[in-house]
Design a protein around this ligand. Structure first.
Ligand SMILES: Nc1ncnc2c1ncn2[C@@H]1O[C@H](COP(=O)(O)OP(=O)(O)OP(=O)(O)O)[C@@H](O)[C@H]1O
Ligand SMILES: [Mg+2]
Length: 228
């Protein structure tokens, strides 16, 4: 459960949610704006804490961790990908990917080697020296995915990773996430886009902070379409 206190009122961002997400699955989370998708992703990634309830990932209870343990969990286990890429504008693609490794006590030679490797994995070997403004949106997102892979995370959490991309760059990014799933990782993607369900092994539908069945979700979508 995640509630936000806003002045005198309470926003129930997630309410009575009970989910099991199996390891090595590709889960797509669908839901209208404000239904709690990002909130769910942040809770699962340890970027935010639930107001109440248990969150357990691979046997570890996130709700029982202190800040240090939670930071360690994020660094070791989770790779985040965001809609807006969040790259550092003054750094090249290589530097953007190598940067987070500074905190893991890796030498700069090893960092650059590893970053080059990861950029190769996302198909950007020929763009390592480009800054974000010198890359297309799809390429920027692939740099962000390479960066998310730096600590070899077992869980990839992506919030609307294709939201700012045209159809074909979006498809390339989804394919890349699917490849990561096929290489044994657990992938959870938040999206508005029904086309993205193509790679999903599981789907979660959220309405007003609750998980609903596909049928319930679709009849709600139909109703709102009739109203507008
Ligand atoms: N920091 C906050 N303080 C107060 N309310 C918040 C906060 N963050 C989110 N909310 C509220 O919680 C609800 C869920 O927000 P969330 O960002 O999870 O939605 P979402 O499904 O990701 O939407 P979108 O598709 O627009 O990104 C919304 O009603 C939102 O207004
Ligand atoms: Mg969101």
């Amino acid at each position: 459960m995640k509630h936000y206190q806003m002045g005198g009122s309470i926003v129930r961002a997630l309410d009575g949610l009970d989910l099991d997400i199996d390891a090595h699955t590709f889960t797509v989370v669908m839901g209208p704006s404000g239904s709690g998708k990002s909130t769910l992703l942040y809770l699962l990634g340890g970027l935010d804490r639930a107001t109440a309830g248990e969150i357990s990932i691979d046997g570890a209870r996130l709700d029982e961790m202190d800040e240090n343990a939670l930071a360690l969990f994020r660094r070791r286990t989770v790779g985040f990908v965001f809609q807006s890429f969040n790259l550092i504008p003054s750094m090249s693609a290589l530097e953007n990917v190598a940067f987070p490794m500074q905190f893991a006590g890796i030498t700069s030679v090893q960092r650059n080697h590893q970053a080059r490797n990861l950029l190769g994995q996302v198909g950007l070997s020929d763009r390592t020296d480009h800054r974000p403004t010198e890359l297309s949106g799809g390429q920027q997102q692939r740099v962000a995915i390479a960066r998310a892979l730096v600590n070899n995370p077992s869980l990839i959490l992506a919030d609307e990773p294709t939201g700012n991309l045209d159809t074909s760059s979006g498809a390339a990014v989804m394919q890349l996430l699917s490849d990561l799933h096929n290489s044994g990782r657990t992938v959870l993607v938040v999206t508005h886009d029904p086309r993205m369900t193509r790679f999903a092994t599981h789907k979660i539908y959220l309405l007003d902070g609750r998980s609903v069945s596909e049928t319930e979700y679709q009849s709600a979508a139909l109703e709102s379409a009739q109203v507008s």
